[in-house]
Write a protein of this length. Structure first.
Length: 314
């Protein structure tokens, strides 16, 4: 059973698209995010002059996640951001349009801590495959005392909670659970049953699960060998990207495609279309494994009861 978390956001200039800070109660970490156009304001903040980690984000239409990213560390993060703000002919970086700074409110992060965090965040980003990293190397984790490692891993876990709230999904790994029944916390489902989609004539079966609000097709699922939905369809480019990056590969007998890793889709219908090789309605195509309930029926479970309770309480 998951415990709730309170994430505190502060919009420094009063606008949702400007500079903001984010923190969790009883966590010593602090996140500051700003668009590149607000870099000057970010550099003036005391948090940016501390030891910490920074993430540069930009668009990359050619990648599956649609983003490029660079992860770095510094004793004074503001100096590193200033260097990256230069043009590429001055050894800067042009691709990014948003900067994220992760530091500590109690200023207890050391250079060694920052190097450990940098290595771990790069590894997590590579495992999640949500963005194309522009880091040239992956530094090995620095050796820290056992207590420090525990503290840094806790820092990472809290950062992985805060960052998605800011729309930064770089480290969200498409993991799934194997339990079929879903659990509820204060009326909110924390995982889903396993869903299955079958194309009987083609001998294709795929499984998926909704975890943390994301619809994920599970590694080992199969998909139609070729796209049959016609050229110019909105999912043809997605299918091509999945084949190019090795997420979809032919089965040994060449009769179908196979998912080599868990993959998060924008919707159940997007997942269904890739599996079927044509346009498909994911709300009806995906069925709860071992039952005849559709994803759409599962999704709206309890809605009628909730409305009846609301009416009876009026």
């Amino acid at each position: 059973m998951s415990a709730g978390k309170s994430v505190r956001l502060f919009l420094a200039d009063g606008t949702p698209g400007g500079l903001l800070t984010a923190e969790i109660m009883n966590w010593t970490g602090l996140v500051v995010a700003a668009p590149r156009s607000d870099l000057a304001a970010l550099l003036k903040r005391p948090e940016a002059t501390r030891t910490g980690i920074y993430i540069l984000l930009g668009d990359d239409p050619s990648s599956l996640g649609g983003q490029m990213a660079y992860i770095g560390e510094g004793d004074d993060v503001s100096k590193r951001l200033y260097q990256h703000a230069r043009s590429e002919d001055q050894n800067g970086k042009d691709f990014w349009d948003r900067a994220i700074v992760l530091t500590s409110k109690d200023t207890n992060l050391t250079k060694a801590h920052a190097r450990y965090l940098e290595s771990r965040f790069i590894t997590l980003a590579m495992q999640a495959s949500r963005a194309r990293l522009t880091n040239g190397t992956t530094p090995p984790p620095i050796v820290l005392p056992e207590a420090d490692v525990s503290d840094m891993e806790y820092f990472i876990e809290q950062a992985k909670i805060v960052l998605p709230v800011l729309g930064v999904n770089l480290f969200r790994s498409p993991t799934t659970t194997t339990t079929v029944p879903h659990t509820e916390v204060a009326g909110t489902r924390t995982d889903s049953p396993v869903f299955e989609m079958t194309l009987k004539k083609s001998g294709i079966t795929a499984t998926a699960q909704e975890v943390d609000g994301e619809f994920t097709v599970i590694e080992g699922s199969s998909a139609r060998l070729k796209w049959t939905g016609g050229e110019g369809h909105s999912y043809t480019s997605l299918r091509a990207k999945l084949e190019q990056d090795g997420t979809l590969v032919p089965t040994p007998d060449g009769s179908a495609m196979r998912f080599t890793r868990n993959h998060v889709f924008a919707s159940p219908s997007a997942a269904a279309a890739i599996v079927a090789g044509r346009s498909a309605n994911g709300r009806t195509e995906w069925l709860v494994q071992g039952a005849r309930r559709t994803y759409g029926q599962w999704e709206t479970e309890g809605v009628e009861e909730a409305m009846k309770e609301e009416v009876s309480n009026e």
